[in-house]
Design a protein around this ligand. Structure first.
Ligand code: NAD
Length: 282
């Protein structure tokens, strides 16, 4: 993997949740290339292990762990293994997150006629779907932080990086729970940055624009591979006129984790969005 710049994380332990997925596996790989010992946590044990094996094959130190970011006991058990096998956590990346169709409206704008048709409207959103998405993104950031940031207390140069989103600034149509949940992730990033400032633990977030991954593929492409109307809208609202690539998050990640380069930065959510958040649409 070609890193945007070199950084020495030798001896540091990085815990990455959602590391079975597209964006966080690439982050885990970059951290390992910088010398960190990386714990790849995911609900999907197989993908966490496969991504860890790829890193090992390239000479990095990595281990996959099955963990549910919504389950304290699962996180505690994983934490014990990480402590034994890699050591105390210096860097935590809270990457597990995503949306779900049960918390998604079918149309962007409500019209009274929708009530007569077989259309999933705002009124049909299922409470358990909304709770699932809200919890996955917010509680799924809070619980791993409670578990792993304990290791950071009293140690220098420790850092937390959350994953927010564009919809934290202005909600995206159709996905109210995901939008509200990511707004809460940005808000929590600020709260925790303040709370931990005296202990020297910095807390920041990446706010990615649009990247094609497992969690949004169904919204962006039809089954036959043709782009959806939403893809057209996104690209028209992205001044750089393309989706981002996973590698394009790595420079911002390394920068925010770097205690020399970003030692006075805490509580920010950094947009990596091809200009999406800067563009008014006119
Ligand atoms: P992805 O679906 O490829 O990865 C998400 C991973 O999280 C999956 O491997 C999944 O198994 C894991 N996961 C789900 N529930 C979990 C749980 N309860 N416990 C542990 N792991 C769990 O998606 P991605 O796009 O790589 O997403 C990474 C992060 O980036 C997410 O927080 C997502 O919301 C955020 N994000 C993505 C985009 C984008 O355009 N793809 C934009 C903004 C923010």
């Amino acid at each position: 993997m070609k890193l945007p710049f070199q950084m020495d994380l030798t001896g540091k332990v990085a815990v990455v949740t959602g590391a079975g997925g597209v964006l966080c596996s690439s982050m885990a790989q970059a951290l390992a290339e910088c010398g960190a010992k990386v714990a790849l946590l995911d609900l999907n044990e197989e993908s966490a292990n496969q991504n860890a094996q790829k890193i090992q094959a390239e000479g990095g130190i990595a281990k996959g762990y099955q963990a549910n970011v919504l389950d304290k006991d699962s996180l505690k058990a994983t934490h014990e293994k990480v402590l034994k096998e890699l050591g105390p956590c210096d860097i935590l990346i809270n990457g597990a997150g995503g949306n779900h169709p049960r918390a998604t409206t079918e149309r962007e704008y409500f019209a009274a006629e929708d009530l007569q048709e077989d259309v999933k409207t705002f009124f049909d959103l299922e409470q358990n779907g909304v709770e699932f998405v809200f919890n996955l993104n917010f509680i799924g950031t809070l619980l791993p932080t409670q578990e792993f940031s304990r290791d950071m207390v009293g140690r220098e140069g420790c850092n937390i990086l959350n994953i927010s989103s564009m919809n934290a600034y202005t909600p995206l149509t159709k996905i109210p729970a995901y939008s509200a949940a990511k707004a809460s992730v940005s808000n929590f990033t600020q709260w925790l940055a303040v709370h931990f400032a005296g202990e020297g633990i910095r807390v920041n977030a990446l706010a990615p624009g649009f990247f094609v991954t497992g969690q949004n593929e169904r919204l962006l492409y039809h089954e036959d591979g043709s782009p959806t109307e939403r893809t057209g809208k996104i690209l028209r609202a992205t001044p750089m006129k393309r989706f981002g690539t996973a590698e394009e998050l790595l420079g911002s990640m390394l920068f925010l984790l770097n205690n020399d380069a970003a030692g006075f930065i805490t509580g920010v959510s950094l947009p990596i969005d091809g200009g999406f958040s800067a563009y008014s649409g006119v």
